[in-house]
Design a protein around this ligand. Structure first.
Ligand code: PLP
Ligand code: ZN
Length: 412
């Protein structure tokens, strides 16, 4: 019998990514000295001694050792994590690559990767004694934070984009205690909201600064490593809006290297929508990150024109560690969504499929080697997307007409 009790958290403190100042494990959004972003640190020596057996039990909290939540009663869960890592030979053939893996995060409880960070965000809200949580979102973070706050019995002030899809609105309406719809895009509201977060009126479940929230997304790296037989792929294509997924995954792979459990980290590719591409644009032009005014993109979860300090952090990682960044146009994203469904039966939303469209571009430009093992993060289900459905005109059948139709369809 396996012991299913999660192990203890080995988190030791927070460190400023700019000046290196260290802080104890308290609720703190930025460095006192330089206002830099903070990142969590762990006692990796102890983890190395304990070995892989330190990871026990199901789901996201399997990786408790490398997550910042000390007490089991704070580890809220809806069954997130341990999403499938799928071998995709049909899609690999279509793209002309040797081995393609899809990490399908659409099977999370609210259908997106956001559940990883919502689990650690709401757990941290409990850990630090908050009664209310809040987030500004284009839809996915909103429905995820609302669900996890409900699960934990917290008040949730959920600010959502007025163009969020009907399924998302319905979902948020059902789970949030307070749903507030805002005009304009994410970038218009986030500055004001960040100031309220500083006043600690609520627990910050936003993507700009909270290290505890971001940390949940790190489990993607650990899962891919475990599910791929304790090896990492050569290339990982990850979406970037604010950059939490990218930064957290890069950190996860770096921790695995420091633990001596992998030899080298994968090549990380930052994928964006062309209509919302500040990181990929700065990477291409070689300059600093410049915020851009954005309009609508079908990849709603990627609609961030001003990713702030996290965007700069992504850019720094790309440049220091030799990653790649690219973006894809609306039609390419919608085409990738269809191809994924037809070749592998995976129904992803446009934000989930954007990474595949970006991979297609990089392969066409020969920037990624097709002989390598490539893993694409498909970050959401298609079931929350609003779209025109094919005609609803039904047909009536009797036995003979039904049989004739079936035989006709199956004829070679
Ligand atoms: C939010 C979101 C992203 C982008 O995540 P960041 O961590 O902000 O870069 C990607 N995919 C989906 C489905 C999302 O909801
Ligand atoms: Zn600092």
């Amino acid at each position: 019998m396996q012991d299913l009790t999660p192990t203890e958290s080995l988190a030791t403190g927070l460190t400023c990514i700019e000046c290196g100042a260290t802080y104890p494990l308290a609720y703190r959004l930025e460095c006192d000295r330089c206002r830099g972003l903070l990142e969590l640190h762990y006692d990796l020596d102890t983890l190395r001694r304990r070995g892989r057996e330190a990871f026990q039990g199901p789901g996201l909290w399997r990786y408790t050792a490398v997550l910042p939540i000390a007490r089991p009663e704070h580890r809220v869960t809806l069954g997130e994590g341990q999403t499938p890592l799928l071998e995709c030979p049909g899609l690999a053939k279509f793209l002309g690559v040797k081995r393609l893996l899809i990490k399908f995060d659409g099977t999370n409880p609210t259908g997106t990767v956001k559940d990883r960070s919502s689990a650690t965000a709401i757990a941290a809200a409990l850990q630090f004694g908050f009664q209310a949580a809040s987030v500004v979102s284009t839809g996915n973070a909103a429905s995820s934070i609302a669900a996890y706050a409900a699960r934990a019995g917290l008040r949730s002030l959920i600010f959502v984009y007025e163009r969020a899809s009907a399924p998302k609105m319905l979902h948020i309406g059902a789970t949030a205690t307070d749903l507030i719809i805002y005009k304009g895009v994410y970038d218009d509201l986030i500055g004001h909201w960040d100031r309220l977060a500083e006043e600690q009126l609520f627990f910050d479940c936003g993507a700009s600064r909270n290290a505890y929230k971001q940390e949940g997304k790190k489990t993607l790296a650990y899962e891919i490593w475990e599910q791929n037989g304790f090896r990492v792929p050569d290339v990982v294509v990850a979406p970037v809006a604010v950059g939490e997924i990218f930064i957290a995954m890069a950190r996860g792979f770096r921790e695995l290297t420091r633990l001596g459990w992998i030899e080298k980290t994968p090549l990380m590719v930052a994928a964006q929508a062309t209509r919302s591409n500040p990181v990929s644009r700065a990477f291409r032009d070689g300059g600093p990150l410049t915020p851009i005014k954005i309009g609508y993109t079908v990849a709603e979860g990627l609609a961030t024109g001003d990713p702030g300090k996290k965007g700069e952090w992504v850019l720094r990682l790309l440049r220091q560690e030799g990653g790649l960044a690219a973006d894809a146009e609306e039609e390419e994203i919608l085409e990738a969504q269809k191809v994924l469904a037809k070749t592998e039966g995976i129904w992803a939303g446009p934000t989930g499929a954007a990474q595949l469209a970006v991979l297609g571009r990089l392969l066409a430009k020969k920037q990624v080697d097709p002989a390598q093992t490539i893993c694409v993060i498909v970050s959401e289900t298609g079931l929350k997307t609003e779209a025109e459905v094919p005609t609803r005109q039904g047909a009536a059948f009797d036995y003979n007409s039904l049989r004739a139709l079936v035989l006709g369809r199956l004829a070679p």
